[in-house]
Design a protein around this ligand. Sequence first.
Ligand SMILES: Cc1ncc(C[n+]2csc(CCOP(=O)(O)OP(=O)(O)O)c2C)c(N)n1
Ligand SMILES: [Mg+2]
Length: 371
Amino acid sequence: MAGVEIRRYGIEDKVALLARRLGLPVVTSFMGRGLLAETAPAPLGTYMGMAGDEELTRLVEDSDALLLLGVILSDTNFGVSRRTIDLRRTIQALGGQVSLGYHVYPDIPIGAFVDALLARLDEAPERLSKAPLRAYPSGLAADDGPIHADDIACAVNDMMDRHGLLPIAADVGDCLFTALDIRQTPLVAPGYYAGMGYGVPAGLGVQATRGERALILVGDGAFQMTGWELGNCRRYGWDPIVIVFNNESWEMLRAFQPESRFNDLEDWHFAEVAGALGGDGVRVKTRRELADALERAARTRGRFQLIEAMIPRGSLSRTLARFVEGFRNRREAGALSRSQEAPRRPIVARRRSGASLGAKRTRASLKVRGR
Ligand SMILES: Cc1ncc(C[n+]2csc(CCOP(=O)(O)OP(=O)(O)O)c2C)c(N)n1
Ligand SMILES: [Mg+2]
């Protein structure tokens, strides 16, 4: 499983080579989505526990030797695991150290670790794992039905089949979960701190640095915060395709806390401001209109293309719905087991020699997951 550190330390190519030399299947963590998108082997998909592809989840959770390369142990990555990953059967390289079960080897940078593994595999022939790739939805029924988030993933896959892959900049909210149903392509998103308002500026950054048009996925709440940044496109000749998921709602928050009325947002008609900012805007309400708008946007270069997709309030992508359900189940299971347990002693962080400090940290991370 590949995580953010393999990008941070610039070792994606080496990790791909390692996977080929070992013939191992590769997946990314949630926060690592978009990694290795341009290498062979392509990751089978992204591990999302019970919110994700079942076969892929089984592959990870049943693995007898899970190699976690640069994967952060956090609720974002593992909060909805179907069952606890047994850390005794993992090898983890993260934060400048390597852990093998409860044995911790400090001061081993991840790059040096991968280099050392590769050196031992010098003679190994390269082969690709035979594990099946995750299938992505395509072939949208372009009819007069209302648009749901999953339709957007499907429509984008169809558009990319015709016009080629685009790098993605996603905001936080259902647009990020929808991105997991879009073909693997380079992706930036605020996975860890989940700060809203990241998507639009990040999409401009993608075009500024890669020279490629980006696909920006953003919710209406997040667009309220930084959507204006699109006004900078004209000056630099940037032309992202922007899909605003307009459900007139902070829908992701509503999913966790349906009783709060502050989740209701007003309809700001975002498509109408596109012209004033130097782009083209269109509001779509049906799957047919969505497919047509995406096709038109893909063919129009030189101006940003804003598609405001109206989504019924209360509708969630499949992945976000399962993510929320998974979190709820864990929370309830945690509350139940706590009420039956003797009071826990607090975990006291004490500085010790490398090995026991690391092992302690590993156990502490495990506890976090059961909260
Ligand atoms: C800066 C910031 N403020 C608040 C939050 C908490 N938060 C997480 S998702 C969300 C709602 C996002 O709304 P929207 O962009 O419309 O996406 P949706 O959930 O409707 O898909 C909020 C308020 C956050 N992550 N970041
Ligand atoms: Mg919204």
